[in-house]
Design a protein around this ligand. Structure first.
Ligand code: ADQ
Length: 471
């Protein structure tokens, strides 16, 4: 039986367990399959040999990045070119000479490590935009087993994608995968359109045929472990945080936003929308507060440094215009919090205000819903451009580019009757339980298995009968 190999930019550290989110789902899959999990160690510097760790039920294989790889592969092509393009922000493209070559070179190096540690028939599940050419590089090393990619981020409209340096070649390389999983139908459609426009590849239902090779395009939205997160939100530690919060709020109702400090998350627009709410509904002043948690992310990329400065200015502006000696309308924290602290803060907040300008899925929206008290839940105000909006239509869906629309959504959420809140929450929560992170992982795993089985079947049909061959 072939093994399952998972490849993702980040892995858990040796000796640690996954602390939630996607990592939990991946850890469960590699454990169950007694497979191998390959990824970056997080170390930058002179490269050691890749390190293999025995993680009990599976093997962890981690590699370092050199200074140059970190600057040109990670900060450069992956986060300075691919990330903005895939999020429809080609105006922020920062592609420099040599970055694409280093991106290719890292993929080639990682393919070499994988080829050494695995069997040519193993099933390989690759994650995200750091590894678009990996299947191609693995095929060049003779890998024959199924290789799938799950794209955690969106895929943009063809006109935007076409502006990426090396766009056509990357698309060709992507077609070396056997299956590509997307968060939404829109992403899958956009990908198929780019393949048609740039390579003339036609889509047959969910399949693209490229010469002799077929690629399956699957729509498999990622979820969370909702029950588990709900338990966390009602646990002792989360309760302590929720109580501290209630004390600080002194009867005011809280609107919460939690995001990595990233321009795709719409933080500037969100703060502006909150200001618009305070302008439009002066009676809400002192009745509400907003908390925005946004830990710094990718500090090595210039667009992120600028965003941080602009956001700080805007937060100060809203507080300057609307605040009073005994009321700070908007609090802003740059810290990473523990899962239980986060769960407690979600549970203690009347509104989850999650308004990315583009987001593959957005797990915060799902965590906010899972953390709520079903008897007296808060309301999710969600951007129509989060992948999550395709599934979570019982949330209040808003346009993050329109401050008045967001302000209107917030106001509706704050005034919503308890019955309506319970009804909407019930609908959202039952979907979260049905389509959780383990469901997601199983769907992808089964897609890879089906490919492996159909290849085995083809091989047995094609293999000449032994006696006949000898005759
Ligand atoms: P991200 O862009 O990182 O993920 P998201 O889906 O919201 O975005 O996940 C963020 C995770 O980090 C959540 O689990 C959240 O709880 C956690 N987090 C955020 N702020 C935190 C803080 N201050 N302290 C502690 N934890 C914090 C990418 C894509 C998304 C896609 C996911 C999964 O960009 O669109 O949903 O992958 O596929």
């Amino acid at each position: 039986m072939s093994r399952l190999i998972v490849v993702s930019n980040r892995t858990v550290a040796p000796g640690q367990t996954a602390a939630g989110g996607v990592a939990t789902g991946l850890a469960e899959v590699v454990q169950r399959n007694r497979g191998v999990w390959v990824g970056w160690s997080g170390e930058v510097g002179p490269q050691r040999e890749a390190q293999e760790h025995d993680a009990g039920d599976y093997t962890l294989l981690r590699y370092d990045l050199s200074e140059q790889e970190h600057a040109e592969f990670y900060n450069g092509f992956a986060n300075g070119c691919l990330w903005p393009t895939l999020h429809g922000r080609d105006d922020l493209l920062d592609c420099q000479e040599g970055h694409l070559q280093t991106y290719d070179a890292v993929n080639t190096r990682v393919a070499g490590l994988i080829a050494k540690a695995t069997d040519a028939q193993d099933r390989i599940w690759v994650h995200d935009y750091h590894f678009l050419p990996l299947a191609h590089a693995l095929r060049e090393r003779g890998h024959r087993g199924p290789i799938g990619l799950f794209l955690h981020v969106p895929f943009p409209e063809p006109e935007v994608y076409a502006r990426l340096p090396g766009a056509k070649r990357l698309l060709e390389q992507l077609l070396a995968y056997d299956v590509i999983g997307f968060q939404t139908r829109r992403d899958r459609r956009n990908f198929a359109r780019s393949a048609r426009e740039q390579l003339g590849v036609r889509r047959h239902d969910t399949r693209l045929d490229w010469g002799e090779h077929s690629v399956l395009l699957e729509h498999i939205p990622i979820g969370i472990d909702a029950d588990n997160f709900h338990r966390l939100a009602t646990g002792r530690k989360a309760n302590e945080h929720a109580s501290r919060l209630q004390e600080a709020l002194r009867g005011r109702r809280q609107i919460i936003g939690v995001d990595r400090l990233d321009y795709s998350k719409g933080l500037l627009h969100r703060v502006r929308a909150y200001g618009a709410l305070l302008d439009a509904r002066p009676e809400l002043r002192r009745q509400i507060e907003m908390l925005q948690v946004a830990p710094v992310s990718r500090g090595g990329v210039s667009a992120y440094q600028e965003l941080r400065e602009e956001l700080e200015q805007q937060v100060a502006h809203v507080n300057g215009v609307h605040g009073d000696i005994d009321w700070t309308p908007l609090r802003y924290m740059n810290r990473t919090l523990s899962r239980s602290a986060l769960a407690g803060l979600y549970r203690g907040s009347a509104v989850g205000f999650i308004t990315p300008l583009r987001d593959g899925m957005n797990l915060v929206a799902k965590e906010y819903v899972a953390a709520q008290d079903p008897e007296d839940p808060g309301v999710l105000v969600l951007s129509r451009y989060a992948g999550a909006a395709e599934q979570m239509d019982a949330a209040l869906i808003v346009d993050p580019f329109r401050a008045e629309d967001c302000a209107e959504g917030l106001s509706r959420a704050l005034l919503m009757s308890r019955d309506e809140r319970r009804e909407r929450h019930g609908e959202l929560y039952s979907d979260l339980c049905r389509y959780g992170v383990h469901w997601w992982a199983r769907q992808f795993e089964e897609a890879l298995l089906r490919i492996a089985q159909s290849r085995d079947a083809d091989a047995s049909v094609e293999a000449p009968d032994a006696d006949y061959a000898m005759a």
